[in-house]
Write a protein that binds this ligand. Structure first.
Ligand SMILES: Nc1ncnc2c1ncn2[C@@H]1O[C@H](COP(=O)(O)OP(=O)(O)OP(=O)(O)O)[C@@H](O)[C@H]1O
Ligand SMILES: NC(=O)c1ccc[n+]([C@@H]2O[C@H](COP(=O)(O)O)[C@@H](O)[C@H]2O)c1
Length: 293
């Protein structure tokens, strides 16, 4: 992560010539300590859903690892988490990228500001996505710039925290859901009570109900509940994590001796009052031992 920052664009796709679709970029903010096959698979599920059920065409996907100020158990340093994500996408994907910008910031950044950064890079700096169109009057072909839509990609556990008090600022929810939108992948242990979206319930004035049209839900037809917590626990116990995370990530963990001991401390840097306390300890609960372990 040393050296000057440049926004990664090397795997950005483009719209088909003449396409009337809206270009979509998916951004998944998370800890990724470490990144798992499930984290990568979330992007594939969302891209398929967009292709089959919407007017969007996914032209890019970014993992944005949270920085060291985030108060969460089990975080390896941002430098390691970014390197593991980089290795994972380089080895397993031809369209996913890792943006180290959030991880490099000196303070915790709420997700709304991270999405603003992507909007700035894609729509202000690059001016949107290129699409070849034919002028209906002259028949000439020209390149048009089309505004890129950015959406937050997350598991249903994250959306549940959006209706918990104190985790998200109300103005940030209006910003994220109103301007950008959400791709939600259902998570086995975090089933959504549909009334949180209902305009006729007590939640009717909540941002989730207000911007229901900007929220896309995807059911996991092949259920996978790998979590980083489980992976860390397995490593600590000397158990295999093969086929749960990419082999290049296993090699990286071994080479750097990560996750060998229980990390009951939060990152020493993570004392900033502006960093929200994560709403859940973890999917498998670092403090709640897994059966048989
Ligand atoms: N089983 C799952 N199903 C759907 N989404 C998931 C699942 N596991 C993680 N995610 C999503 O992946 C993103 C990154 O999350 P995060 O890095 O916190 O992963 P995690 O595996 O839950 O980590 P930890 O176990 O350390 O809490 C979040 O949007 C989270 O909702
Ligand atoms: N207020 C906020 O912007 C807010 C609140 C909770 C989680 N998040 C983000 O969600 C992501 C996932 O967080 P967890 O690893 O705690 O599930 C992180 O990138 C974190 O920054 C943002």
């Amino acid at each position: 992560m040393d050296g000057p920052y440049t926004f990664p664009t090397h795997r950005l796709g483009h719209l088909e010539p003449g396409s009337d679709k809206t270009p979509l970029v998916l951004v998944a903010c998370g800890s990724y300590s470490p990144v798992t096959f499930l984290h990568l698979r979330l992007f594939e599920m969302a891209r398929d859903d967009a292709a089959f059920n919407t007017q969007f065409q996914v032209i890019g996907g970014y993992l944005s690892p949270v920085n060291d100020r985030y108060r969460k158990l089990g975080l390896a340093s941002a430098k390691h988490r970014v390197a593991m994500c980089d290795a994972a996408v380089d080895d397993t994907s031809d369209w996913l990228m890792v943006d180290p910008w959030e991880a490099r910031q000196p303070r915790y950044l709420p997700t709304a500001q991270v999405l603003d950064h992507f909007d700035h890079e894609l729509n202000t700096v690059r001016g949107g996505a290129d699409v070849e169109v034919v002028d209906p009057r002259t028949g000439e072909q020209r390149t048009e710039k089309r505004r890129v839509r950015i959406m937050l990609l997350a598991g249903s556990d994250l959306i549940l925290t959006m209706s918990e008090p104190g985790v998200w600022a109300e103005k940030d929810l209006h910003h994220i859901l109103g301007i950008y939108g959400l791709y939600i992948i259902e998570r086995a242990e975090s089933e959504l009570d549909q009334t949180i979206f209902s305009s006729s319930s007590v939640h009717s004035r909540s941002p989730l109900a207000l911007y229901r049209h900007n929220i896309h839900m995807v059911e996991q037809t092949v259920r996978n509940d790998v979590s980083s917590t489980k992976v860390r626990l397995f490593i600590r116990k000397g158990m295999s994590v093969k086929y749960l995370i990419p082999t290049v990530v296993i090699r990286y963990i071994t080479r750097h001796g990560l996750y060998r001991t229980a990390d009951r401390r939060r990152s020493s840097l993570a004392q900033s009052a502006s960093a929200p306390k994560p709403a859940r300890t973890s999917a498998a609960g670092e403090t709640r031992p897994l059966r048989g372990l």
